[in-house]
Design a protein around this ligand. Structure first.
Ligand code: SF4
Length: 328
């Protein structure tokens, strides 16, 4: 059970100063649950010519796909291999898994194709649910109704790439949709009782630190279950890497310690009811066009965040209540 208010911090489980994903799953499933990434062979309207061909300027999906995810393999085979990979390499104690449809836009296909693919994943005996990553403009009423139906039996979450709350940024990074599209999709998903997630990038061109901090209030007002944040990582051979080379002054670049402090400033202003799935990324250095933070793992970043939150005697939502009072 989670208890948070503006004046005190108390998390009955886990003792963390933010609403963590691990705690969310322990509350929901009673144990650790591990995501297994699936590549179901979808593409994306921002790459196949429906909207555009170049895609978002930072996008290189190859950087985010584990090697066991190949669309020529069946969904079941990918799940089996993903479970074996995690059991061997990383999280030996996980007994339940979430099939994570991660690559490209995983609702971008006819409804009957989607139902077949999601159904195959949900029938796997070790799969407790699915997480479907997609674009806000790739869902409609029928697809969301199908997902809501599936959620009657197992956990179903939809995760939207939102990336920024500012239309000027979304235009500049060639997202092909505006922020209103994200709000509409998030609301339609939440209205059906589905878990709904969002992904945000900090450090996109043209955004100042104050712009990014102001997103805390905007995102806090949405009916989100979970949210993921990443610092901008410039991937080799992307349009954004070239843009950075031409006008680096348009980008806020964070050193790791600076980013942790910035993120805590954000977290203080952020709705404590929304689960923070991730606050930084870990793209392997070989993909990066510019030096990143080196070989730093997510667990190390989390330990830095926990320590700094304690040093600063602060927590998620500490200032959220204050800001809401000022607004009223
Ligand atoms: S929507 Fe996703 S897959 Fe499509 S171009 Fe953008 S980042 Fe890449």
């Amino acid at each position: 059970m989670l208890q948070v208010c503006a004046n005190t911090w108390s998390m009955v489980e886990g003792g963390r100063r933010f609403n963590s994903y691990a705690g969310y799953f322990r509350r929901r499933f009673g144990q650790r649950v591990q995501k297994v990434a699936i590549n179901a062979g979808f593409t994306c309207p921002n790459r196949d010519g429906s909207l555009a061909v170049g895609g978002c300027t930072y996008c290189d999906n190859g950087a985010f796909n584990p090697s066991y995810c190949l669309p020529r393999k069946s969904i079941t085979q990918q799940i089996d291999e993903g479970i074996e990979f995690h059991a061997t390499h990383r999280y030996k104690e996980a007994q339940q898994y979430l099939a994570y449809f991660q690559a490209f836009s995983n609702t971008y296909a006819p409804l009957d194709t989607l139902c077949k693919i999601y159904g195959e994943a949900l029938r796997h005996p070790q799969v407790a649910g699915i997480v479907v990553g997609t674009r806000p403009d790739c869902v409609d009423e029928a697809k969301l109704d199908c997902l809501a139906q599936l959620s009657q039996k197992k956990y179903v979450a939809v995760e939207y790439g939102v990336e920024s709350c500012y239309d000027r940024t979304l235009r500049r990074i060639n997202r092909g949709h505006d922020f209103a599209a994200a709000v509409q999709a998030i609301e339609a998903t939440a209205q059906r009782g589905l878990s709904v997630g969002a992904h945000i990038i900090f450090g996109l061109p043209g955004e100042t630190k104050d712009d990014m901090l102001s997103e805390a209030g905007i995102l806090s007002a949405l009916p989100l279950t979970t949210i993921k944040f990443h610092q901008l990582q410039l991937i080799k051979n992307t349009a954004m890497a070239s843009e950075f080379a031409e006008c680096p002054q348009d980008f806020v670049r964070f050193e790791v310690d600076e980013y942790v402090d910035f993120f805590i400033d954000f977290l203080e202003r952020f709705n404590p009811g929304i689960v923070v799935e991730r606050f930084a990324g870990e793209v392997p250095p070989r993909f990066l066009a510019h030096a990143g933070w080196g070989l730093i793992r997510n667990e190390q970043l989390l330990a830095m965040l926990d320590k700094r939150l304690e040093q600063r005697s602060t927590w998620q939502g500490k200032k959220w209540g204050e800001e809401r009072e000022q607004e009223n």
